[in-house]
Every structure is written in structure tokens, then in C-alpha cells.
Write a protein that binds this ligand. Structure first.
Ligand code: DQQ
Length: 578
């Protein structure tokens, strides 16, 4: 009898499931109709083929923030904010991929998705911490049944599974609630935890009180019961909601990193925040006093919208982790599409992550330096080189011989014979992005040179990656810009000009280096060995696939030399089935 009863309920379940599936299919079908229609009517075909090849992305649909990156027992884990149903934000869960080299990624089943009242309305960003006994733990923001933002914990179900595919959430979730008058709709994105000098764990959660952005500090003895500390770790008036804070010690040895658990005198820390109000990130370098639990940014740093940025372009919600295998700190960021929602429906995918970058403190301690992880070099394939090529004013020189839509370009320009032509720098020019717009790539004169990437043969379509050098009172000022204004004929695109100053003494030797990773719809550039980085999303209408060309140009008044240029075609790695 018992069997018959359970048979009956099984059939009811099967029927409900089948009806659900049909409904789901209907929804999917309507998306397909919409997609095909839009595709044929309005989207230039080449926009569709601009899918990135060697940047992290999902097989389809929407992705945003990198979550909980970690290296565990020989495997890199990357979780990310994912909408399993659509190429727009919504239905957010943690998707999960693993890698042995940070370049090829194997997709696994979703790791964290709504299961209880503490996260029933969404599983938002968070971080991983490896606890003593080599046990990973994830802390993430859940949107609970009252739509409050709460912090939850999850553990791997089976530590002997090399991929840690199943994650369990204890019943005692949430572990941190928005008590003490915290705004429950502005309380998210817990950091990786670090041990304090008293043995208690610490972490911060991003928040705001009115327009005051803050990183609320919590401590715990057992990683389960968390106590809000009296003082936030950091607060800045007028900055609004702080999303995805990150706080970590930084090494001054190039390419090296420091684990979050290290305490030592003189060790510098970085505090980074993603500002919801302008959707850019800012960081400061400072000193963390473990005993007082206070973080004091160095006098040179400011962490509002005049501050330092990891990337002066389309880059947000970044997160670092310590890679114990190679003793380095790695930074991952989300680069959103800058096409329209309409285009994203047509493409069926939206959002990529930037190439993992090693990150360390610059020699003068004033900023961090970033460089693509060395593993990316294994994608380098056919290559071309140019040495000692002089560019006279107005010259445009084509670099031929590789497919330039999927390439890694490293170039050193020598502007020494041209520096006397530099325009006078006005000290009131404090906003590099604005300066790049005012003195765009089309502005002739002074000292201005760089690359046209993803360009057509007639250069009517091009993305300009360039330097402009000015003469200030005691030194020269170097401006680095990305100008995508002419990157496409698609009128629906957002084409912001981006810019950052480069902290180099160019008057000493006249040389400056540039590396650009070009991947169909993304250009990720590193000026002066990674001191100033800019990422742009561009969608050429014609300069795509084998039609994309690469040029170097000199728009200034004096001669500039390409001391050395190497450009490699890049192979396509395996990324989540694409
Ligand atoms: N994205 C997540 C939030 C975070 C925001 C939601 C930043 O947790 O604050 O998808 O992009």
C-alpha cells in the first residue's frame, strides 16, 4: 500500500515537472523568436561574431562579478554571478568553473543557488577563505525571504572531490544579519577573512549609511558566530554604497603576493571598493594596525573618485586571491558589455572577466602594478616583430602578418627626440578621462602616438590606444587613453573614452611600453609595465575576424620610434564549452 501511495505522488510530481518543463520551453521559445527577429532586423552580423575567445565567459547568458576565487589542492576555482536563464542580470546564482592554469576553464554545475529563506531571492557576491585544516568556506550575500541582504556560509560537501562540486549550507544561516540599524538593502559582498592578532577572524562587508560608504568590520572565533566591531574598517563621506570591498596585504617584490594571514611590520595593505554611484573602483595603499584594527591610507592615496584605480576602463566588482602554489596575488574583474540589451539578447551572452593579473606594489610604493599571469603566454602562436621603425609626424604604419582580432601586442615606443614638442601641462587638469576626451586621438600636435587596434584597412573603424605627453614644471606628464569613438558603425553602442595618468619619469629616457590583449570585443591594455591599465569593450561592424588590422601611429609634431614591437596571434583556449 505504501508503495502504491508513493507511486501516486510520484506521478503527480512527474506531471508537475512535465508541465513546468513545457512552460519553460515556451518561455525559451519566445526568447528564441525575439532573438532571431532582432538578429535579422537590426543587428549587423559582425556584431554577433565579436564573441571573445580567450577571456573568461559563460557558455551563454549573463555573467557579472567574479566570486570566491581560490586555489585549492592543485585546482583553481572560480565562481561567478550568473543568470542561468537570460543574457541580462537576474535570477542570480553562483556558477562554478575550475582550471589548472587560469586560462582553460572546465564548467561545473552551479555551486550556490537559492535553497532556504536566507537566500531564496538570490545568491549574490562573496569570497572564499581556507580555514585551518585546509577546509574552504564560502561567505556570500543571500537575499532573504524579506528581501534583506544577509551573509551566509557554505562548505564543500565532500573534501575528497577534487572539484568541490557540491556545497552545503548549514541550517544556522544567516551568520550575519543587518542588525544595529544597518540598511538591509545596502549590506553585501563579504571579503575573504583574515586572522587578527588575537586569533579571531576578521572580515568586512560593504555598506552605506545615507551617503557615507563604509566597510563594516566583523570578527569571529569560530567562523560561525560573528560580532560587529565598534568601528568600521574604513569609511568615506559622500561615496555612497560600497560594493565588493577587497582588503589584502601586498608584496613589493614584482610578481609576488602575500597571503591574507601574514602579519609583519612595514607590510602594506590595499583597500579597494567598487563604488555603486559611478560604477568605478578605487583603491588606497595604507597601513593596517592589527592591534587597533585600524586601516590608515597613506597620505598620497585618496579613495574617492579622484583616487587610484586598478583599471581606468570597463572593469568592476574585482576580487583578488592568494595563489599559494605560485606565491602570487591574482586580480580578476568583470568587464560588462557596452552594447545594448537588444544586442545582448541577439548574442545570447553578456559579460566577461578580464585576464587574471598578478598584482604587487610599485617600487616607489605609490600604486600597484598589474601584469597578465604568465600562463597566458602559452596561447601565443604565430608572431611578427618590428624593430627600430621611425614614425614621422602623421605616419601610420601597419603591422601585418597575424590575425589581429585575437592578439597579444607588446610594444616599446621611444619618444626621446620628440619630448621638446610636448604641450604645456595645466595643473588644473586633474581628470585624465576628461583630458583624453578633450585631447582625443584625432588631436594633432604635441607628443601623441599609439596603436589603432581592431581597425579596418581604411582606418574608418578603429579603436585608439595611445599616449599623450605634456611638459609640467619639473617633469613630463604621461596620459594614457583608450578612444573607441570610431570603433564601430553600430549607433546603439556606448563608447566611453577612458584615461589614466602614468606615473613614470619619461624625461629620463623617453621610452614607454604598452601591452594590449585584443580579443574581438575587448581590448585590455597595460601601460608602462602595468602601471596604468585600461579595458574597453568594442564591437566593430567591419574590423572583425580576419578583417581586423593593426597599426601604429604618430599624431605628434616630432618623430617617435617603435624601438620594438612583437605581436602574437592567440590560440583559443577551452572556456566553459566555448
Ligand atoms: N553584484 C552583485 C552584488 C554586488 C554587485 C549582485 C556588484 O552582490 O554588490 O549580482 O556588481
Amino acid at each position: 500500500m505504501g508503495r502504491c501511495r508513493s507511486c501516486g505522488s510520484k506521478w503527480i510530481l512527474v506531471t508537475i515537472f512535465a508541465v513546468g518543463l513545457l512552460m519553460l520551453k515556451a518561455v525559451e521559445a519566445s526568447h528564441h523568436l525575439f532573438t532571431a527577429e532582432k538578429l535579422l532586423q537590426e543587428v549587423p552580423p559582425s556584431t554577433i561574431s565579436n564573441r571573445t575567445a580567450f577571456h573568461f565567459q559563460a557558455f551563454k547568458n549573463w555573467i557579472n562579478d567574479p566570486n570566491g576565487p581560490m586555489y585549492y589542492n592543485g585546482v583553481y576555482h572560480l565562481f561567478y554571478q550568473f543568470n542561468p536563464k537570460q543574457p541580462i542580470w537576474g535570477n542570480i546564482i553562483w556558477a562554478h568553473s575550475v582550471s589548472k592554469d587560469l586560462i582553460n576553464w572546465k564548467p561545473l554545475k552551479p555551486a550556490i543557488y537559492p535553497t532556504g529563506p536566507f537566500d531564496i531571492n538570490g545568491c549574490w557576491s562573496g569570497s572564499a577563505t581556507i580555514l585551518p585544516g585546509n577546509k574552504p568556506a564560502i561567505l556570500y550575500t543571500g537575499i532573504d525571504s524579506d528581501n534583506r541582504q544577509v551573509q551566509n556560509i557554505a562548505f564543500p560537501k565532500n573534501l575528497s572531490d577534487p572539484y568541490l562540486q557540491d556545497w552545503v549550507k548549514p541550517d544556522y544561516n544567516p551568520v550575519i544579519s543587518p542588525d544595529h540599524g544597518i540598511n538591509s538593502s545596502a549590506f553585501r559582498d563579504p571579503t575573504t577573512a583574515w586572522p587578527g592578532s588575537d586569533g579571531r577572524w576578521r572580515l568586512v562587508v560593504g555598506s552605506r549609511r545615507d551617503s557615507q560608504g563604509m566597510a563594516i568590520l566583523y570578527s569571529s572565533e569560530d567562523f560561525r558566530t560573528w560580532r560587529m566591531e565598534h568601528n568600521p574598517l574604513h569609511v568615506i563621506n559622500g561615496t555612497g554604497m560600497w560594493e565588493c570591498p577587497d582588503f589584502f596585504p601586498v608584496s613589493s617584490k614584482p610578481f609576488e603576493g602575500v597571503d591574507n594571514s601574514v602579519h609583519s611590520n612595514g607590510l602594506k595593505h590595499v583597500f579597494k571598493v567598487s563604488l555603486d554611484v559611478d560604477r568605478y573602483e578605487y583603491y588606497t595603499i595604507g597601513t593596517y594596525d592589527y592591534a587597533r584594527e585600524s586601516y590608515v591610507p597613506d597620505g598620497l592615496s585618496s579613495d574617492n573618485n579622484t583616487g587610484l584605480r586598478f583599471d581606468y576602463g570597463n572593469f568592476y566588482a574585482s576580487k583578488t586571491f592568494y595563489d599559494g602554489a605560485k606565491r602570487r596575488r591574482i586580480l580578476l574583474g568583470w568587464s560588462n558589455e557596452s552594447d545594448s540589451n537588444q544586442d545582448d539578447w541577439a548574442k545570447g551572452w553578456a559579460g566577461i572577466h578580464t585576464i587574471p593579473r598578478a598584482l604587487w606594489l610599485s617600487k616607489n610604493g605609490r600604486q600597484v602594478v598589474q601584469w597578465p599571469v604568465h600562463e597566458v603566454k602559452k596561447l601565443r602562436h604565430k608572431h611578427v616583430a618590428v624593430y627600430g621603425k621611425k614614425l614621422s609626424p602623421g605616419d601610420i604604419f601597419e603591422i601585418q602578418g597575424i590575425q589581429a582580432s585575437q592578439a597579444d601586442v607588446e610594444v616599446t615606443f621611444d619618444a626621446s627626440s620628440s619630448l621638446e614638442n610636448a604641450e604645456q601641462f595645466d595643473p588644473s587638469w586633474t581628470n585624465p578621462q576628461k583630458l583624453c576626451s578633450e585631447k582625443g586621438e584625432g588631436t594633432k600636435g604635441g607628443v601623441s602616438f599609439g596603436l589603432y587596434v581592431l581597425a579596418t584597412g581604411d582606418k574608418r573603424e578603429r579603436t585608439s590606444v595611445f599616449f599623450r605627453i605634456f611638459k609640467a614644471k619639473k617633469r613630463h606628464v604621461v596620459l594614457f587613453c583608450h578612444d573607441p569613438t570610431r570603433s564601430s558603425f553600430n549607433s546603439r553602442l556606448y563608447k566611453p573614452i577612458y584615461g589614466g595618468f602614468v606615473d613614470v619619469e619619461i624625461q629620463n629616457h623617453g621610452k614607454i611600453s604598452l601591452r594590449s590583449l585584443i580579443d574581438h570585443s575587448v581590448v585590455e591594455s597595460f601601460a608602462a609595465g602595468g602601471k596604468t591599465c585600461i579595458t574597453s569593450r568594442v564591437y566593430p561592424s567591419f574590423a572583425s575576424g580576419s578583417n581586423a588590422r593593426l597599426f601604429a601611429f604618430n599624431n605628434g609634431d616630432g618623430e617617435v620610434e617603435i624601438s620594438q614591437l612583437k605581436a602574437w596571434e592567440m590560440r583559443k583556449p577551452y572556456i566553459n564549452g566555448i
